[in-house]
Structure formats: structure tokens, C-alpha cells
Design a protein around this ligand. Structure first.
Ligand code: HEM
Ligand code: HEM
Length: 465
């Protein structure tokens, strides 16, 4: 009997990206955990190449570029050919996957050796920056070729988010690479730092969630128009808010006003997204009780929707001048960073890993019970990490306002650092469970007939938008 046609473009390379992302997630979170222990036991930092400053940037760059960016690459190569009906240039896609892994390994070696540009989120030494540009050109070509030659004329919202993110990443990276000196350098560096956090790490995850939620519930999103309002509101508001990192710095007053106004304005796209997703799930909440692979992916995705809105509410408040003066340069900011990057970006990315691995292999998650352990360890660990850090930040702010000596504040912080490491360990255990499940998934014999079946259902759901 003839087998139904399945579009195979991008499947193999996407699978490898998702497997690599899961392993990098576990490794880079573990490095964050070791760095967190050094804040409790400073003696651990005595060996130079294992010092806090070096491990910290390996952790930060690792979670952002080895885990999230690797998974986003998988999302692009898997979803763009599928949603546009175009052909993926597989050779270029495969080469970009290996290049990104090569950059990650070289970056880790260079950071361990203490070689860094010393500019936050732009730490890569110059030769590696150039490799990143080559990587970006390859990824852009591999993503746009199917889009421009594809048969689908009406683009699904996920594609809007993906293409905006790809263009934004290249634009921001170039801004971040050029040191200008003086205050202009800080303004440009944060245009890059914020641009890449919001315009790549955030927007790719939103595009992913617009795919994961409909396909795991089997129901289309509530409103395509609302999703496009969300998209355009973000595009307009994101960039002018980028200098909210410098509210306490000597930048012009008008720039502070603009950045604060646009930061508070970010509540608009977040509310639109939340409403759209809430309406999509209306009458469908019982699906969250499902005990299967898609039910697991859906729970991660819905947690991502809720924490996107919550993060925006907290973040808008922290952008207001007196609040920012109170929390700036305290652990609150590290708390916000984890609330945002895990809640907004990592949770939907993990949802993608589970939902896509099921559709790429035709098999269910190898051990659902372990998958649920991953879910709950992640949720409890995540809330524990950001809540601990935010409370620690408030305590630091009070100490600063009362001119309490720094040494005494550090003594008080120790308890919070212990709590952060404890909750962080839960996240780390969860991440290793995920890496184990994904590798096991990879080596299990695939079921191509089920792949074709999933593909058919998915096409119906996405076509209904
Ligand atoms: C996917 C999960 C994670 C992501 C995306 C993430 C992301 C980040 C980011 C963006 C920063 C920079 C924050 C800033 O400069 O304000 C950071 C710092 C840090 N993270 Fe994570 N992180 C994750 C998991 C963890 C875990 C599990 C731990 C373990 C406790 C951890 C420990 C740390 C530490 C110790 C720092 C340095 C904080 C400082 O400089 O005071 N992270 N992380
Ligand atoms: C509603 C949208 C957002 C607003 C208004 C906002 C606001 C802010 C502000 C004011 C700061 C600087 C705090 C300070 O140092 O005084 C900050 C830092 C930060 N934000 Fe956001 N944020 C938003 C969304 C996000 C998202 C979506 C991400 C990531 C996916 C993110 C990641 C970060 C990180 C990593 C930092 C720490 C930067 C550092 O290392 O100093 N933010 N945010």
C-alpha cells in the first residue's frame, strides 16, 4: 500500500537541534548552579578558570545561545517549511547547526581561559563574533528560501514572529559588536542587549507558543487578528524601551522619559496575547488534566502564557523611576532576569521540545511519569528562584536606603543565596530528566505512519486560523 506523503524537509536537522538544545540546557543550568554555590562558599572560586566571573558568563551565554538559540534553530527548520510549503536548503541548515555548536564550544573554552570582551551579553571575542555573523547569514538564507518559494500565500502568525526575530537578531548583533566609548556605548550596548532579549529570545518563544497551543489542544487560536495586533504592538514598542537598563545612568532626561513610557506600554501586547490565548483555551481547560505527551507540552506552554503576563506587570512597575532607583543593582534584577528568560522563553521552548519530538518521531515521550517530574520540578524551582531573588532585592534596597554596611547586607543575603541554590537544583534535576528523555526518544525506533497521521491533523488545525 502506498504511504501517505509526508514533507520530510528539515525534520532530521530539527531533531538534532532539539536534542542538542536539551543537553545544552542541562549542562548550562548546572554551570549556573555551580556559580550559585560560589556565592555561598566563596572559597570555591579560588581556581582562576573556575572563578565566579568566568562561570557566570558561560552560564548566561550558554542558556541564551546554546540552549534557547539551538532550540529556536530547530523550531525554524521544522516549522518554516511546514507552514510555508517551501523547500529547506538542508545542506546549509545542517552546516549552520554544526557551526552554532562549534561557536558554543569555542566560546566556553575562551571564557574558561578568561578571554572576553567584558561587555554584558556581548562577551564573545571578536573572531567568534564574526563566526556568529556567518551563522546568522546561513540561518537567514535557510529560513527565507522556503518562505519566498513556498506555496502558502497566507502566513500563519508563527512565521511573522520568526522572521521578525531573525531580522532583529542580525540588526541588534551588529549594533552590539561595535564599541563606541563613553555613554553612547552604554546606550548602544543596551539597544543590543535589550533588543536581543526582547526581539529574539522573547519573540521566538511567542511564535512557538502560537504553534504549540493550537496543535496540542487540536483547536485553532481564537483570533488571527488579535495575534497580528500583538505582533505589531510589540514591534512598535520594543525598541524605544531598550534604555530602561540605564534609568540610573547619566543619559538624557528625554531618553529616560521615552524608555519608561514605552516600557509601561509593553503591558498592551502582553494583555492582547493573554486574552487571545485565554479565549483559545476557553471550554478547553480540561485538556490541562490530560496525562499524555501533548498534555505535558500544553502545561509548559500555558505556564509560559501566564508568566509572560506576570513578568510584564512586574517589569512595567520596576521601570518606573522611584521603583527602579530602589531595585537597581540589587538581586531583584537577577530575579527579573530569571523570571523573564525562563518564564517567557524557556517554558514555551520546553513545550516545543516535547510537542515537536512527538511529531518528529511518531512516538510518545519515553516515560511520561518522568516527564511530569520535569514539569513540576521546573515550575516549583522556577517560582522559588525568582521569588527568592526578588525578595532578596527588596531587602538589599531597604538596607541601602538605611545605609546599613555592605558586609552586614552580605551576611543577610547568605540565606537567600542558599534558597536560590536549593530551588535552582530542582531546575537542574528537571533539565537532566528532560535531556535523558529526549536522547532516549532519539534512539527509539521511529513510527513514520503516525508521523503522517499527526501531520494531517496539524494541517487541519492550522488551516482553520
Ligand atoms: C533556563 C534556565 C536559566 C536561564 C535562562 C538563566 C538565565 C540567566 C541570566 C539571563 C542571567 C544574567 C542575570 C543578570 O545579569 O541580571 C543569569 C545569571 C545567573 N544565573 Fe541563571 N538562568 C537559568 C537557570 C539558572 C539556574 C538553575 C541557576 C542555579 C541556581 C542559575 C544561577 C545563576 C547565577 C548564580 C547567576 C549570576 C547572578 C549574579 O550575577 O548575581 N541560573 N541566569
Ligand atoms: C514588559 C517588558 C519588560 C520590561 C518593561 C522590562 C524592564 C526591565 C528593566 C527596567 C530592567 C533593568 C533593571 C535595572 O537594572 O534597573 C530589565 C532587566 C532585564 N530584563 Fe527586562 N523587561 C521586560 C521584559 C523582559 C524580557 C521579555 C526579557 C527576556 C526574555 C527580559 C530580560 C531582562 C534581563 C536578562 C535583564 C537583566 C539585564 C542585566 O543583566 O542587567 N526582560 N528589564
Amino acid at each position: 500500500m502506498a504511504q501517505p506523503m509526508v514533507k520530510t524537509d528539515g525534520r532530521e536537522v530539527a531533531k538534532w537541534c532539539l536534542v542538542a538544545a536539551s543537553v545544552w540546557m542541562a549542562v548550562t543550568m548546572t554551570i549556573g548552579f555551580i556559580a550559585s554555590l560560589q556565592m555561598i562558599f566563596p572559597g570555591l572560586s579560588d581556581i582562576p578558570w573556575l572563578s565566579f566571573t568566568r562561570l557566570r558568563i558561560i552560564h548566561v551565554n550558554g542558556v541564551l545561545f546554546a540552549f534557547l538559540t539551538m532550540a529556536y534553530l530547530g523550531a525554524i527548520y521544522y516549522l518554516v517549511p511546514k507552514l510555508t510549503g517551501g523547500e529547506l536548503p538542508e545542506g546549509v541548515a545542517r552546516a549552520s547547526f554544526w557551526l552554532l555548536n562549534g561557536i558554543v564550544v569555542l566560546a566556553v573554552l575562551s571564557f574558561l581561559a578568561g578571554r572576553t570582551e567584558g561587555r554584558e551579553y556581548a562577551e564573545l571575542p571578536r573572531p567568534l563574533d564574526l563566526l556568529v555573523v556567518v551563522f546568522w547569514v546561513m540561518m537567514t538564507y535557510a529560513a527565507f528560501k522556503p518562505a519566498l518559494t513556498g506555496t502558502e500565500k497566507r502566513w500563519y502568525v508563527t512565521l511573522w514572529f520568526f522572521f521578525q526575530s531573525i531580522i532583529w537578531l542580525g540588526f541588534c548583533y551588529l549594533i552590539g559588536m561595535v564599541p563606541l566609548g563613553g555613554i553612547a556605548d552604554s546606550v548602544a550596548l543596551w539597544a543590543y542587549g535589550h533588543g536581543v532579549l526582547n526581539g529574539w529570545f522573547q519573540t521566538m518563544a511567542l511564535g512557538i507558543n502560537y504553534w504549540v497551543i493550537p496543535i496540542t489542544t487540536g483547536r485553532p487560536i481564537f483570533s488571527h487578528v488579535l495575534s497580528l495586533i500583538h505582533f505589531w504592538a510589540l514591534v512598535v514598542l520594543m525598541f524605544p524601551g531598550s534604555n530602561h537598563h540605564l534609568i540610573q545612568a547619566p543619559i538624557p532626561e528625554w531618553l529616560k522619559f521615552v524608555t519608561i513610557a514605552f516600557s509601561v506600554g509593553m503591558l498592551l501586547p502582553a494583555s492582547v496575547f493573554f486574552t487571545n490565548m485565554f479565549q483559545s483555551l476557553k471550554g478547553n481547560w480540561h485538556q490541562l488534566r490530560r496525562f499524555d505527551t501533548d498534555g505535558l507540552a500544553l502545561k509548559f506552554a500555558v505556564a509560559g502564557v501566564i508568566f509572560y503576563l506576570l513578568n510584564c506587570i512586574f517589569a512595567a512597575i520596576q521601570s518606573i523611576r522611584p521603583v527602579n532607583a530602589f531595585i537597581h543593582a540589587t538581586q531583584w534584577v537577577v530575579g527579573h532576569a530569571h523570571m523573564a528568560v525562563i518564564g517567557v522563553s524557556a517554558l514555551p521552548t520546553i513545550a516545543l521540545i516535547y510537542a515537536a519530538m512527538r511529531r518528529l518521531t511518531g512516538n510518545e515521550v519515553p516515560n511520561l511519569r518522568l516527564g511530569n517530574w520535569h514539569l513540576w520540578l521546573t515550575i516549583v524551582g522556577y517560582i522559588g528562584v525568582f521569588a527568592t531573588l526578588k525578595i532578596a532585592g527588596i531587602v538589599q534596597g531597604i538596607h541601602r536606603a538605611a545605609s546599613i554596611p555592605f558586609e552586614q547586607t552580605m551576611d543577610t543575603m547568605r540565606l537567600f543565596y542558599i534558597a536560590r541554590s536549593f530551588f535552582g537544583l530542582l531546575l537542574v534535576i528537571g533539565a537532566w530528566i528532560c535531556a535523558y528523555l529526549v536522547v532516549k526518544w532519539l534512539v527509539t525506533k521511529p513510527a513514520p505512519e503516525r508521523v503522517a497521521e499527526f501531520e494531517k491533523v496539524e494541517r487541519q488545525v492550522i488551516a482553520l486560523h
